[in-house]
Design a protein around this ligand. Structure first.
Ligand code: G6P
Length: 608
């Protein structure tokens, strides 16, 4: 998984814009970066291990007046991060250069064949074979035809942008890795994701699997892999540039944490009929009364949203619900029926495991629904129906506002299904939705009142090597997600556990060096959580509590307390995760880590 960009523009001087685009794509990988720019008599290539800013530094003095260029930011799969393994890759003549996102599974065979035909390879990557394949084909065909023939020989996944030294044009192809075209005035763009070119255009065309194309100053021609011309209509994207920038915050993550109240309002607002306070769900693949059970498939943070969704579907809609890691589901022999509603949850809509699991569920005849944030992404195109979260672009690798919008939408969907299936009446529905509508202002209030306190707790936690996160019932998934956030960005080992299970193992770890974050907001199991706290305290463990309402006895047991506003029990997961996101943020920032781009991770994992 990597970020790729290409620009062809009659305005020239593309170096700065390609670097700017790459910076917006860096969330997809940051092991190395590179650019290729067509110049008067050839192609200029510069690529380097490290971040885009290092490449930018290296290019500072370089002047190349180019009207077509490509760029790449890498998350290494085949071949360690190094200068030669960085993209763009070139053919033997240096007259072709390309950037690739994906994995070419048959590259060993192709490489062997090309070697025998005299091609020289300079890297250990799978991607370089594509440049040599195109070189072979280009010797007997026009360039588009050469690219078409070459991609027809590839097995695996690819988003490709290719240039040659003879023309101001970008050649593109896609199979199972994302690629979006942007249409401007006298210029065209292509990238892995829209924010890369959002400063210059919001008119986009999503490339689909099996499509190939040619971009010039005046637009794009698209064909299928057999060479048949396709007509595609551009869409106008509602995202603003401000949403893709830091807007005065030190990091995207902090900005995105603070955007959650608005993101939730944007997600639920259009789906609640205000006069009657009732839920409106625009698109489902199966009538609510025909749904027998639900299966949720997701990865990472989206999987944790699914775990909360299980409570919602079971308790509000009376639907038995299973939640599976997409990567596990793919290789099991699950039992599904045409009345199992399969819900694939994904921020990016490009997670390879979730796409694979969704395909498998579809093959088994189950109707599918995507809950997704990125418009036009692969999962939204493959699922039978889509419900979008309206979180806006999420740039920080650690997911925050995508999670809380997923939870809000799952809650709304469960209320809708509960009503349609006769499990809750109109009055109960109205009450549940009023609670949901009041959530954004409560989140804003909490951030105003508690952020400084949370910062202190985060800084304090940064001095430990490990942390335990405990919660019960609806808050168990929040303990998992809180621990995941800390691990991802502060690199402190953290474990989320059901508070009641702690006595069956993790209690052996408790001493003064292991702090425990307890999610102890109002719930029917609060007394039991308090007993679990006593068990920790009597073993000299340090306790940080998330509390709502007045509970002096819990405050007494705690070394640090964060106060969360009172909300309905079902909505606590949505508000409780926010202080835990901030704890992780402030711990990581205090430790001097790169919060938005933590080591080894990438935002969208488009490989298995
Ligand atoms: C990656 C990201 C996580 C994310 C997961 C699933 O691992 O680093 O933050 O939760 O992918 O991504 P998705 O886009 O499918 O929600």
């Amino acid at each position: 998984m990597c970020g790729i960009i290409g620009i062809v523009s009659d305005k020239g001087n593309l170096k700065e814009r390609i670097i700017e685009g790459l910076k917006r794509l860096e969330y997809r990988g940051y092991d190395s970066a590179g650019v290729a720019l067509r110049k008067e008599n050839g192609i200029f290539v510069r690529k380097k291990k490290g971040k885009v800013s290092q490449l930018e530094e290296e290019l500072r003095e370089v002047e190349v007046n180019s009207r077509v260029g490509i760029g790449h930011t890498r998350w290494a799969t085949h071949g360690e991060p190094s200068d030669p393994n960085s993209h763009p890759h070139s053919d033997c003549t240096g007259r072709i250069a390309l950037v690739h996102n994906g994995i070419i599974e048959n590259y060993p065979q192709l490489k062997e064949e090309l070697r025998r035909r005299g091609h020289n390879f300079r890297s250990q990557t799978d991607s370089e074979v594509i440049a040599h394949l195109v070189e072979e084909e280009a010797s007997r065909d026009d360039f588009l035809e050469a690219v078409r023939r070459a991609v027809n020989r590839l097995e695996g996944s690819f988003a490709l942008v290719i240039i040659n030294s003879d023309e101001d044009a970008l050649y593109i192809a896609r199979k199972d890795s994302p690629l979006v075209v942007g249409l401007g005035e006298g210029e065209s763009f292509v990238a892995s994701d829209i924010p890369a070119f959002l400063p210059w255009t919001n008119r986009v065309i999503f490339l689909e699997n099996g499509e190939i194309g040619r971009l010039s100053f005046s637009g794009v021609e698209i064909y299928d892999f057999q060479g048949k011309r396709k007509e595609k209509k551009p869409q106008v994207i509602g995202w603003s540039l401000a949403q893709a920038e830091k807007g005065g915050y030190r990091h995207f993550m902090l900005k995105e944490i603070h955007e959650q109240a608005k993101a939730i309002s944007d997600t639920i607002g259009p789906r609640i009929e205000r006069d009657t306070n009732s839920a409106v769900i625009e698109d489902l693949p199966l009538a609510p009364r025909h749904i027998k059970d639900v299966l949720i498939l997701a990865c990472g943070t989206s999987y944790h949203a699914g775990l909360v969704g299980k409570f919602y579907f079971e308790e509000l809609a009376g639907l038995k619900t299973d939640v599976d890691y997409a990567s596990e589901f793919r290789y099991r022999r699950p039992v599904l029926s045409p009345s199992t509603l399969v819900v694939a949850i994904s921020q990016s809509g490009e997670t390879a495991d979730t796409i694979g699991a969704l395909r498998k569920a579809k093959e088994m005849g189950a109707p599918s629904l995507a809950i997704c944030n990125v418009v036009g992404s692969s999962i939204t195109r493959e699922a039978d129906s889509v419900l979008y979260t309206h979180a806006g672009p999420e740039i920080s690798v650690a997911s925050t506002k995508a999670f809380t919008t997923q939870l809000s939408l799952l809650y709304l969907l469960a209320v809708y299904l509960g009503r349609e299936r006769g499990k809750i009446d109109r009055e109960q529905e109205s009450g549940l939705l009023s609670q949901l509508l009041s959530l954004p202002s409560k989140i804003e209030h909490m951030l105003r009142e508690q952020e400084e306190k949370i910062r202190e707790i985060g800084v304090d936690l940064s001095s430990y090597n490990d942390a335990l996160y405990l919660g019960r019932h609806l808050n168990y998934p929040i303990a998992l997600e809180g621990a995941l956030k800390l691990k991802e960005i502060s690199y402190i080992h953290a474990e989320g556990y059901p508070a009641g299970e702690m006595k069956h193992g993790p209690i052996a770890l408790i001493d003064e060096n292991l702090p425990t974050v307890f999610i102890a907001t109002e719930s029917k199991v609060l007394d039991k959580v308090r007993s679990n706290m006593e068990e920790i305290k009597s073993r000299r463990g340090k306790i940080i509590s998330l509390l709502s309402g007045e509970h002096p006895e819990i405050e007494e047991l705690s070394d640090g307390v964060i106060k969360v506003p009172l909300v309905d029990e079902y909505l606590f997961p949505i508000i409780n995760i926010i202080p835990l996101q901030l704890i992780a943020y402030y711990a990581a920032d205090f430790l001097g880590h790169d919060v938005d781009q933590p080591r080894n991770l990438a935002k969208s994992v488009t490989v298995e």
